[in-house]
Design a protein around this ligand. Structure first.
Ligand SMILES: [Zn+2]
Length: 178
């Protein structure tokens, strides 16, 4: 009987450990949202989420990048280094390098932040309701690291009618080789 109880306890403990390994309990704002340990994008690639301590992010990222990506700050309009970038290539998450936007979906929205009408893959970006500052907006998070990217609005150009309004600080740019 004693052995049976011990093995049941072991099984229960294993189940809890396993469950913890498969979930992420923290997003960019530290709210207890649970995400699976990986997701499969539309290409069929399995992408494992990147989870790090805030101290590690603080060490790896510049101050502006950290404030935007990890604390959902917004860079001042017309100050980002990628706002006027017209080169051909791919915009990736500045924290975990997940591809987010292709240059041929970038357009000049005159809003002061890099703007795109379509994500490179809809599974690479998580949309989340944001009611801060008395507004109802849709916040965008990197699906791999949970980093804050910006917001999406319904006033973009065809074909999607969407405007993904993204902080330059949340992005790095990989120029396409000729
Ligand atoms: Zn990321």
């Amino acid at each position: 009987m004693r052995t049976r109880i011990i093995s049941l306890v072991v099984i229960a403990f294993s189940a809890i450990s396993c469950n913890q390994a498969q979930t992420v309990t923290k997003n960019a704002e530290g709210k207890g949202e649970e995400l699976s340990a990986f997701f499969v994008n539309t290409q069929g690639d399995t992408i494992y989420r990147v989870i790090k301590d805030e101290d590690d992010w603080r060490t790896e990222l510049g101050k502006m990048e950290y404030d935007v990506l990890r604390n959902a700050a917004t860079e001042r309009p017309f100050t980002g280094d990628l706002l006027e970038n017209k080169a051909i290539g791919t915009y990736i998450c500045a924290a975990c390098k997940l591809p987010l936007f292709e240059s041929d979906t970038k357009f000049d929205s005159h809003c002061g932040w890099p703007s795109y009408f379509q994500a490179i893959d809809p599974t690479h970006i998580i949309e989340k309701e944001d009611n801060s500052y008395g507004m109802v907006r849709v916040e965008l998070l990197c699906a791999r690291c949970g980093g804050h990217l910006g917001h999406v609005f319904n006033d973009g150009p065809p074909p999607t009618g969407l405007r993904y309004c993204i902080n330059s600080a949340s992005l790095d740019f990989e120029k396409k080789e000729d």
